[in-house]
Every structure is written in C-alpha cells, then in structure tokens.
Design a protein around this ligand. Structure first.
Ligand code: MN
Length: 720
C-alpha cells in the first residue's frame, strides 16, 4: 500500500529505523481489525487512523503517540480487547487508547449536562493520567473536522459545535495553538458559512492588493538580519479566518496589512532585542504598541516581542505588526505542552530544535521569572501539566446521571459516595463501577461511572476511615461516630449533673430555669446548647462543677439580694439588731424562730425566707427538716454584743401535786429571771406539763436556771 510506505518512510526518516517496525506492526494490526469497515464518506476505515498518525508525526509527537494514533479506534469499533492491546503494544499505548475511548463518555455527558462543560474539559485532561490521550484525540478530531464536508449539514453543525465546546478549549489550554487555530477555522466554516466566506473573500482580496508590500517587507527583514549578523527566519502568513472574524467584530477592519502576521524567529533571546532595535531603525514604531512578553510572559506563558511599525506609502503609511521570538519560544507557541513529548531528533538532524529541551528551558524560565504567577494559578491545569507532565493528583468520575465528581487520586467508591452526599455514604452497602459490582475499596479512575448501592438504616463501618482516601469522607465518617456516641454522652452528662446538684442541695431542673447562666456557660465552653453541655460533661470535656458552679453562685447571689430586700421590707423586726451575724453580715433583717427560740450561745443557722428576712433557728430545730436546704445560711452570734434580753421557753414534766407550780415559780424568781408566762395542764397519764416563758440574757443563764428546776424533787424532766 502506497500511503503505508509513505508513513513508514517518514517514520524511519524522523524517528529512526528502530521504530519503523513497531509502527508497521501497529498499522497492520489496525488494518486487520478495521478490515471491511467503511467510513461515512465511503472510504476504507484505516485511512482515518492513518491520517491521525500522520498529523501526530507532523506535530512531532513521540512514538507511543503515533502508535496510539493508529490504534485509537480499535477498542471502540472492533473486537479488540484491552488485554490484546497491552500484550501487543505495551502498557503505555494501551493506556492511551483506553483513555481515548473514554472521550465518548465525555461527549455523551456534554449533551446530558451542558452545565458541566468546564468539569468535562478537566476530565478530558485527566484521562489515563497521560496528556498524550488529549494529543491523540485532538489529532483524531482534527482529521474528523478536515473530512467533515462529506457529512450532512445537521451532523456538520453538531460536530463543529462539539469541537468548539470541548476540543478547542483543550488545545488552547495545552498551548497547542496550531491545532487550536486550524480547528477553530473549520468550526467557523461549518457553523457560520456565510461569514466564513465573507472573511475569506476579504483576506484574499487584501492579500492580492498587498502582496507586493508583503514581499518587500519580508525581503527588508531578511536583509536587516544579515546586516546585523543574526541567524533568522521569517514567517509571513495569512492570519486565521476566525481570528480576523473576531477582530473585525470587535475593532472593525483597519487596513490591508492586517491580514498578514510577520514573525522573525531567531536563535537567542538577545537576538530578539537586537532585531527589535533594527526593525525600529528601519520603520517608525507606533507609540504604545511595543509589548515585551519575554520579560513579562503572558499568563499562559506565551513569550515574544510584539511591535507595530509604519510601512511608508504615498498616503502617509500603513501600520503592520511584527512578532519576534526564539525557536524555543516558537515551538512552545505552536505545540505548547505537546513539546513535552516531542521525540529527540536523531543524528544529522541534531541542529534542529529539541522539544524536550524547549520545555526544559521554558520550565526554567517559569521558575525564574514567573514563580509568583505559577503559584497563584496552582489550580490552573495547564500550569500543573507543565510542572508534572499530567494531572497528577485528581480524578474525575461520573454519577449515573453524568454529573462530574472531582476526587483525590486513589479514591474509592466510598469517597465518591460521601462527596455526593453524606447520607449516601452512610447508607452505602456496595458499589457498581461501569455497571459492574465491585468491592467498596476498588480504586477509581477518571471517567468511571460510579453507582452506590444503599440500604436504609445502615451506618458506616469504623474500618472505612482506614480505606477512604479523601479527607472529606474521613471527616464525615468520624463525625458519624462522634454523633452516635453523642446520644450516650448526653445521657451520662445529664445523670452526672443531676446527681451533683442534688448533693449540693439543688435540683437540676430548677437551676436550669436560669437561661441567662445557661447561655453564659454555653458561650464560655463553646457549646451550642444544653444537649452539647450534657454531651461535654458526659464525654469529660468539662466537669460538672464547672457547669454547676456558675448556676449555684448565681443562686446564692440571688438569695443575698433577697435577704437585702427582706431587710428593707420587714417592719416587724427591729432594725439595728446586730446580735446575729449571718454569712458575715450583721446588718441583715432577721428574727428568731418561735419554734426553737435560740438564745446567744446556741448553735444556730439562718433560714432565708421569701420576703420575710432571715429566721434564726437552733441547728437542732426539727422545723429545719421541712425547709429548703438551699436557703439555709451559716449564722453565728455576734460575740461583741451580748447585752440584750432573749425570750426563751421550755417545758417541765412533773408530778401532779398542789405545790409544784409554786415551787417552780419561786425557783425562777430566786434566779432573778423574769417570767413571761407559766401555764400548767394535766396529761392523760396524770402527769403535769408546765410550759414556761422567760427572759434571759444568755444561754448560760438559761442552762443554770434549767438545772436548778431539775433539782426540784417533783420535776421529772425539763425540755427546751
Ligand atoms: Mn477516530
């Protein structure tokens, strides 16, 4: 076959004899597989992969790319399996072909979810973790666009639109401007045929009109280079029709020379500046139109010097643009990242520019002068590919509805499930990848379609924390367990607080009625409410005292205020009575309890009554058992003030005889104690019970009196 020999001879010439055999094997393999298949335009199918390989050779792609170009359709359109490809052509080629076959999914997804376009482009770049997948598919698409004229109008528009949506932006991102412009012009031709014809007519006419000037310009630049001793080549080419179309839309048509781009390509960076000076000596530059993209590369790392100068004419001159760059910059401008994989040229052709070297120098340049730019654009896949050769840390997979989900490399279906929705992750019981059941720890690849099988009421397993790859999934699983334990913690915390409150003489629900303090505690410990406080106590994050302390001191403060209020409200009690010290205060409103009538020397406590001041009880008073323990305050007698007189009463049990009442009255009078009352009665058992009220100055005086009464023979007992 003639075309086959043409390719193989080319391969031998460019890539060396050792690669001819491999390319021939790939060609024969593809021919055999596609045998009998015809393209829409009636030609034999193999012609298409052949042309794709040829485009790749012209793009100076490396040997695995060219071989993959020949084989790119066998997986999709023939009975060839991945395994068969791998065993015949190795891992790299089969990986590129598998990646290439997945582009079909991206096209399908684009129709179902047009909003996902940007993610689909990222997915495209990540296919097979090898940017050569994109190169092969761009070459594939370029050939499809170049053979589009045989298809019907509807298909032409559909394919052209798809190219504009997906392939052109990919070419642009990879810096493959030659591909980009060629494809863009073809899209323009099929989508806007009238405008395309109009622009081309304009380009033709102006080229014809200005042909003499263009030749003159070229000649003058060549002479200039010679004059300055610079090794330079000049490219004068008609601009892309889509570019001109866009320019005329935005700026209107300026002049006849706008159709041509002049480029001066030199060896060294310093030659660029020499040529710029030389050009400005010959033609007058237009002010403000000199751009130094070498010192300040564009964001996409484009480097060149641009200037606009005036070509003199009878009418005063026509401005035209000149771009000046080195061979390395030029390769980069035309092929972009494809240069990364350019073959190393052989033997006698060593004087030609080496793509790898160009990229190496570009990387050096980037790290020297635009380190900041690269850093700021870390997310830019283009720069990432420049630094690493491919998208090395992300994968992009599909939901069953063709939504794109971005995940860290190495992710498993569980990572996917949690990325889609926490509930989907928690209920996950299995997964399907590309319609096949797989274990949930299967590593996912870009363009996989992942489906999660769920079961209601199912929770995650703690083992999942170890097998998940994404931080998001791990955090969500940990949260689930924290939350599950939380219910338990809340219960424990509540129990602890209730118990502690009881021990301190309070009831938890009553304390918690104080919403102000509840808020204070929550804010202090960064907790979101009562449940969180319970959980934190249960978990041991904070102690019960830390919580209760606040509430109790607040309660005590309130009680003190009540005491003060009681003081000012209670008119029944003498003010200025300082005989008793309550909680360190001797100025509080108080009165002695009638149930026990404490007198100085008695062990006493105070009881804070609501609105009636503090009542002083003897510590052993039985009444206290029925009162709120939280309102009892420590109280002592003021030892400095003992001059007052206190009422006290006691009960005497004695033999019921006629003289006993008199004997008791005499005894009290003997002790110089005033009697306030004395009242006797007889019990059912026949004993006499005599209640006596006295005024005493101290406990000692009372005790002496009681002892003396006890010494009366008829008295059985004296009870105070
Ligand atoms: Mn194809």
């Amino acid at each position: 076959m003639l075309i086959e020999n043409e390719l193989l001879n080319n391969i031998e010439n460019i890539y060396g004899k050792e690669n001819r055999e491999l390319v021939e094997k790939a060609f024969n393999f593809a021919s055999e597989k596609h045998k009998g298949q015809l393209r829409d335009n009636g030609e034999e199918y193999i012609n298409h992969p052949y042309r794709v390989a040829k485009i790749l050779v012209e793009t100076k792609a490396d040997v695995p790319s060219v071989v993959s170009g020949l084989l790119h359709d066998v997986l999709e359109d023939t009975d060839c399996t991945e395994q068969e490809l791998k065993s015949n052509f190795g891992e790299v080629v089969s990986n590129i072909c598998v990646g290439a076959s997945k582009v079909e999914l991206i096209k399908e997804a684009r129709l179902k979810n047009p909003d996902e376009l940007e993610n689909l482009r990222k997915m495209f770049l990540a296919l097979g973790k090898d940017a050569r997948v994109a190169f092969v598919k761009l070459a594939d698409r370029l050939d499809n666009m170049q053979t589009l004229d045989k298809k019907d109008r509807e298909k032409q528009i559909k394919i052209a639109q798809e190219t504009l949506d997906i392939y052109v932006p990919i070419a642009e991102r990879l810096g493959m401007n030659k591909f980009k412009h060629t494809m863009e012009d073809l899209c323009f031709k099929y989508i806007f045929p009238d405008e395309y014809a109009e622009v081309n007519k304009y380009l033709d006419e102006n080229y014809k009109k200005s042909e003499n000037i263009i030749i003159d310009i070229r000649q003058k630049i060549e002479n200039l280079a010679k004059e300055y001793g610079i090794d330079a080549r000049i490219q004068s080419r008609i601009k892309s029709s889509f570019g001109v179309f866009k320019k005329t839309r935005s700026k209107g048509r300026a002049n006849v020379l706008d159709v041509i781009a002049h480029r001066i390509i030199v060896k060294e960076v310093k030659d660029c500046y020499t040529m710029l000076g030389a050009v400005h000596n010959l033609w007058q530059p237009v002010e403000g139109r000199i751009k130094d993209y070498i010192a300040m590369p564009k964001k996409n790392l484009y480097m060149s010097l641009h200037t606009t100068v005036i070509y003199p004419t009878e009418n005063g001159g026509i401005p035209f643009e000149i771009q000046i760059r080195t061979e390395e910059m030029h390769i980069y401008c035309e092929y972009g990242m494809a240069a990364h994989w350019m073959y190393k040229e052989h033997g006698s052709k060593a004087n030609k520019v080496d793509g790898n070297n160009a990229i190496f120098n570009m990387k050096k340049k980037i790290s020297e002068s635009t380190d900041k730019v690269v850093q700021e654009n870390e997310s830019d896949e283009f720069l990432q590919i420049i630094k690493t050769g491919f998208y090395d840390n992300k994968i992009f997979v599909f939901t069953p509805n063709y939504n794109v989900v971005e995940l860290p490399e190495g992710s498993i279906p569980l990572d996917f499930a949690y990325a889609v929705h926490t509930g989907l992750g928690n209920r996950c019981v299995g997964a399907k990848v590309n319609d096949k059941m797989v274990p949930i720890n299967t590593t996912l690849n870009t363009a996989d379609i992942v489906e999660i099988l769920t079961q209601q009421g199912k929770g995650p397993s703690r083992d999942w924390i170890k097998i998940c790859k994404s931080r998001a999934a791990i955090t969500k699983i940990k949260n689930y367990f924290k939350k599950e334990k939380r219910e338990e913690n809340i219960k424990i915390g509540k129990d602890i607080l209730e118990e502690q409150a009881r021990r301190k003489g309070y009831q938890l629900p009553k304390l918690l009625e104080d919403k102000e303090t509840l808020t204070e505690v929550a804010v202090k410990y960064h907790l979101l409410g009562l449940e969180e406080i319970y959980a934190a106590v249960g978990y041991g994050g904070i102690t019960a005292s830390q919580v209760l302390g606040k509430f109790i001191s607040k309660q005590q403060k309130l009680q003190k205020e009540e005491k003060k209020v009681a003081l000012s409200n209670d008119n029944t009690t003498k003010s200025g009575d300082t005989s008793v010290i309550i909680d360190g205060h001797d100025d509080l409103l108080k009165k002695v309890a009638r149930c026990c009538n404490p007198i100085p020397g008695d062990d006493i406590v105070g009881y804070v009554s609501r609105g009636r001041g503090v009542t002083i009880h003897r510590r052993d008073c039985a009444t206290l058992n029925n009162l709120e323990s939280g309102r009892i305050v420590e109280t002592t007698w003021n030892k400095n003030i003992l001059s007052e007189v206190y009422n006290s009463n006691f009960k005497i049990i004695a033999k019921n005889s006629s003289g006993v009442l008199n004997k008791i009255s005499m005894k009290i009078a003997d002790n110089k104690v005033d009697i306030t009352f004395i009242k006797g009665e007889v019990t059912k058992t026949g004993d006499a019970v005599i209640n006596v009220g006295v005024k005493v100055k101290s406990r000692q005086e009372l005790l002496d009196l009681l002892n003396k009464i006890k010494s009366i023979p008829e008295v059985y007992d004296v009870i105070r």
